[in-house]
Design a protein around this ligand. Structure first.
Ligand code: NAD
Length: 254
């Protein structure tokens, strides 16, 4: 059974890691995809892989830090597929966190501003642009991307954690304001998922240490998030909105 058959979906940050896996799984489940990323070549490659596997996908370049670029992404979506049912707001400037984010006392104010502008404001702008398109089709599903870092301060990535906490609040506001229109909005809070951005982090002893904190016998993979995204995008989740769904191997539950 194709669980999101013929639904039109945008996945941002879909050239890499979690977004690439989510775009592929949504396409496998019958959705018509826009594979959007700042990295156009990467988006084109991922859209090509999806088509090679029999799915339907086009690539688009987007910078979620730029309102005009978001507008162009939605225009392309309308021209290509004629509407929108699913928005997976997955993109984030993860390099800001993995290289330069820091404890509150030390964080660079420019990095703080960029993190809020790209990750939090970008998520809001894309969600806001999706609303009238979903309303026109009688509903839709917006899936935002938080992080365990929103709920635990131990990682020390202050700006990143605070922007993700903002995304969780944004999720509840959108769900509250648009639920009666059939528009659902949820967030997924991944734990530590093995992607290009975290691979080095998991190497050697750190990986062993992280694994010991999980309740599951393995670390997270992008497909673990994709299963949750397909569920929240599908009509199986018709009664689920305003939630933050932790997909983290139990990392934050003990
Ligand atoms: P990744 O770095 O592998 O992928 C992120 C993608 O977003 C890249 O393809 C990048 O080009 C794109 N991107 C960056 N800036 C952009 C912009 N301004 N506009 C459009 N695209 C942009 O990261 P990932 O690990 O797959 O993470 C995906 C999401 O999951 C992010 O929101 C991240 O914060 C969140 N997350 C990841 C983990 C993890 O352990 N990997 C944990 C918690 C949350």
């Amino acid at each position: 059974m194709e669980r999101v058959k013929d639904k039109i979906a945008i996945v941002t940050g879909a050239a890499s890691g979690i977004g690439a896996a989510c775009a592929a799984m949504l396409a496998d489940e019958g959705a018509l995809l826009v594979v959007a990323d700042l990295n156009l070549e990467g988006a084109q490659a991922q859209a090509g892989r999806i088509r090679d596997a029999g799915g339907k996908a086009v690539a688009a370049q987007v910078d979620i830090g730029d309102e005009n670029s978001i507008e162009a992404l939605f225009d392309l979506t309308l021209r290509t597929w004629g509407g929108l049912d699913i928005l997976h707001n997955n993109a984030a400037a993860t390099s800001l966190s993995t290289t330069v984010d820091a404890a509150v006392e030390a964080v660079d104010v420019g990095v703080w501003d960029d993190t809020m502008r790209i990750n939090l404001r970008g998520t809001m702008l894309a969600a806001r642009r999706a609303l009238p398109l979903m309303r026109a089709r009688g509903g839709g599903s917006i899936i935002n991307t938080s992080s365990g870092a929103a709920q635990a301060g131990a990682l020390g990535y202050s700006a990143y954690g605070v922007c993700k906490a903002g995304i969780e609040a944004l999720t509840r506001y959108i769900a509250t304001q648009h639920g009666k229109e059939g528009i659902r909005c949820n967030a997924i809070a991944p734990g530590l998922i093995v992607t290009p951005v975290t691979r080095a982090y998991f190497a050697g002893e750190t990986g062993e240490m992280m694994l010991s904190h999980h309740l599951t016998p393995r670390l997270g993979q992008p497909e673990d998030i994709a299963h949750a995204v397909v569920y929240l995008a599908s009509d199986e989740a018709a009664f689920v909105t305003g939630q933050v769904f932790n997909v983290d191997g139990g990392l934050l539950s003990h």
